[in-house]
Design a protein. Sequence first.
Length: 249
Amino acid sequence: MKKIKTLMEMTNPEAEKILEETQMAIIPLGSVEQHGSHLPLGTDYYAAESFAKRIVSKTGGLLVDFAPFGVTPLHMGFKGTVTLRSETMISLMTDIVSSLCRHGAKKIVFINWHERNLPAIEIATENSQNEFEEIKILIVHAHFIAKEKYGKIVGLTHGGELEILPVLADRPELVHLELATDPSPIQKGQKSDKFRRDPSIYYIPKDVRSMYKTGWYGKINDTSDERIKEVMNGTSSEAARRIKEFFKI
């Protein structure tokens, strides 16, 4: 994959040119929270950024760095986790969108890889679209696209295969599969995730240890280079297809 620069790596003329040509900004969202002994605390943001880079290569647009932090109080029982209040994240997102709109962005895409960010994302999106009538904002949950396409066997589990692969794709030195020796019971994790992800009736978990005591669970079946490419390319291609369809580009 050709190296994709983020906004922080660009000069002003480079960023200006992309905004003039595409009027689109793509913003990865994740969190800083524990993912067991085998994955870094920044797993969710690294995953969102890895997919966002590949998506930008297919759609065009300005790849805008975001703070790596997200809304994750349920992981605060593990040291190293850092959480934002929902109000803080809403303000951050709204301010960033406001700045981008002033510079000509009319199409905003949030690439998210952390479920508990969703309430803040939706409120920030609604606020921004009400303030700037000319913009459209699209929310892309890359983790759910990956689950739909590649999670039939391994599922979408905290610290499991589908979270390992995007970190291996761009930051393999941060993954320590030899330490993935203490997964929590898979049946309890699956039952908890099924109930909290039910769109009809669900609960908000207070402490992740009530679902998976060791902080993670799941199957790790295939972390080969071929599997990494399959999941990264397939997930980003599907996201790019939907983005192009929505914005008619």
